[in-house]
Design a protein around this ligand. Structure first.
Ligand SMILES: *Cc1c(COP(=O)(O)O)cnc(C)c1O
Length: 514
């Protein structure tokens, strides 16, 4: 499709009686944006450079007349990318209730601090004496995270939650090796787990044994005991708490005691720490290793907005095994741990020191909130989720008994009676200008809708979301599936063929055959 209307001064003069066609859908200052490669390939260069004269090839190679690069000028390039950027929905454009992702507002104070030249313009290979302030930030962050989790061994380098999981499970594997416990080859994982949990354990060479949670949405002591068996081959257990159904694992302390008696380690997936931060310390309910998603709980931007950061925090006994380098304080000076300084480490996982810009933002977030503010964060996050749970529970089927923690889980059960599915509801939300919730996760219920409002949404925003959800429930009853299949009608791209997108993904631009 061409971005240019078919109107030129010439044809306007010639064809005054013909209907003028504009064959793109740029409307309302909203441009139809094609790929740069689809823009008119003209012989007009994007910049005016004099044609080089009298240059002789010194190698005798044939000279290249055209190199096939599309000719665009600076304003065309700028407009192209600025227009594309406006199509990117983000937490700065509106409510983003993606369950498990903690899409909270990122305070601008954090951005301001991360942009201070002394932080933004340093190089990771600068001499240590010139970056003492940066090390102090990292050291303070290690201390804050250790304090908040009750787990004193902190390594900041992992670059995402899943990377933190890798760091944590490698730490467990290194510890087991050190103790000569090679018979411990099995990792227990509940069926509601985030896919990264079993994937990480498998990558580290463990076999996965699944703990079913079907009826209650939680790991029960009975189901755990059954999966544990005599415990001889159990390396550990990976549990998200609160779990992916938005529920607190109420039997966790008893389960962890049994796990510890069997010599297994408890890995807590800390992606849902927003429900607990400042209220309880995971170390107090027996966690041995935990990763934190700074880009979730501690508000560093994510979702197309920035890199992640997934530090791990471990109990005292696992400290010798965590990845290096750590930031060490000696007297009044800071330094990085040297290679080989701690021979029991499971190794280095990342170039340099991790996502330093995220460390600055996260520490700024913690220090500006303080211990009391962080407690308020989790209280408000839980309150907001329970508000949504209460307002929508008559319209949507809630599979488990509340109250919930920081997210509300519903299923498509009631709407399915009219043939309307979770996917249809998600498309309906887009029609009303709202980003959908997480859909079809967790897998333990059919047609899951996982809604995480976070603490930074106002009651007015939550009310508008609930109103739209109620309207969609009503439309499902009255208008049925055929209507939903036309949604979204107002988005730049209307209903896509999901099946075709999954089966025949077009991942490369291929020019149309001439
Ligand atoms: C987000 C999330 C992860 C993975 O974190 P990334 O930073 O996306 O790699 C793991 N577990 C749970 C429960 C999550 O919500």
């Amino acid at each position: 499709m061409s971005n240019v209307a078919q109107l030129t001064p010439e044809n306007a003069k010639e064809n005054t009686n013909d209907m003028i066609e504009i064959n793109d859908s740029s409307r309302g200052l909203n441009y139809d944006e094609n790929l740069l490669f689809e823009k008119e390939f003209t012989d007009t260069p994007g910049v005016d450079l004099p044609k080089p004269e009298g240059i002789k090839s010194r190698t005798g190679q044939p000279t290249r007349e055209k190199i096939g690069i599309h000719q665009v000028s600076e304003p065309q390039v700028v407009r192209h990318f600025v227009r594309l950027s406006t199509k990117n929905y983000s937490i700065d454009s509106g409510f983003f209730p993606l369950g498990s992702c903690t899409m909270k507002h990122n305070p601008r104070l954090n951005e301001k601090l991360a942009r201070l030249p002394g932080f933004a313009h340093i190089h990771p290979m600068q001499p240590e004496s010139t970056v003492q302030g940066a090390f102090e930030v990292m050291h303070d962050l290690q201390n804050w995270l250790g304090e908040l989790t009750g787990l004193p061994g902190v390594c900041l380098t992992p670059a995402a939650g899943a990377h933190g999981e890798l760091a944590g499970v490698m730490t467990i594997r290194r510890a087991l090796l050190d103790q000569g416990k090679t018979e411990k080859t099995i990792m227990l994982v509940p069926d509601s787990a985030h896919g990264t949990n079993p994937a990480t354990a498998a990558m580290c060479g463990f076999k996965i044994r699944t703990i079913p949670t079907k009826e209650t949405g939680r790991v029960t002591v009975e189901a755990f005991k059954e999966a544990l068996g005599d415990g001889k081959d159990i390396a550990g257990m990976m549990v998200t708490n609160p779990n992916t159904c938005g529920l607190f694992e109420t039997d966790i302390a008893e389960i962890v005691d049994l796990l510890h008696d069997a010599g297994g380690y408890f890995y807590c997936d800390g992606a849902n720490f927003n429900a607990l931060v400042g209220k309880i310390r995971p170390g107090d309910f027996g966690v041995d290793v935990m990763h934190l998603n700074l880009h979730k709980t501690f508000s560093t931007p994510h979702g197309g907005g920035g890199p992640g950061s997934g530090p791990i925090c471990v109990a005292e006994g696992l400290k010798p095994y965590i990845p290096s380098p750590l930031v060490i304080k000696e007297g009044d000076t800071y330094r990085l741990e040297r290679d080989g300084e701690r021979p029991t480490t499971c190794g280095r996982l990342k170039g340099f020191q991790g996502q330093f810009g995220m460390h600055v933002r996260a520490l700024s977030y913690m220090m500006s909130h303080g211990a009391d503010g962080l407690k308020r964060v989790s209280e408000d996050a839980v309150l907001n989720a329970n508000y949504i749970n209460a307002v929508l529970k008559d319209d949507y089927h809630a599979p488990f008994e509340g109250p919930v923690m920081h997210e509300a889980l519903f299923t498509e059960k009631y709407q399915k009676q009219s043939g309307v599915t979770t996917l249809d509801i998600a498309k309906g939300l887009i029609e009303y200008g709202m980003h959908p919730m997480t859909v079809y996760f967790p897998l333990v219920v059919n047609g899951a809708m996982l809604i995480e409002p976070t603490e930074t949404e106002s009651k007015a925003e939550l009310d508008r979301f609930c109103l739209v959800m109620k309207k969609l429930a009503q439309d499902a009853k009255i208008k049925g599936a055929d209507y939903f299949h036309t949604l979204p009608q107002s988005a730049p791209a209307t209903r896509l063929d999901e099946l075709k997108a999954a089966r025949e993904p077009k991942l490369r631009y291929k020019p149309e055959a001439a």
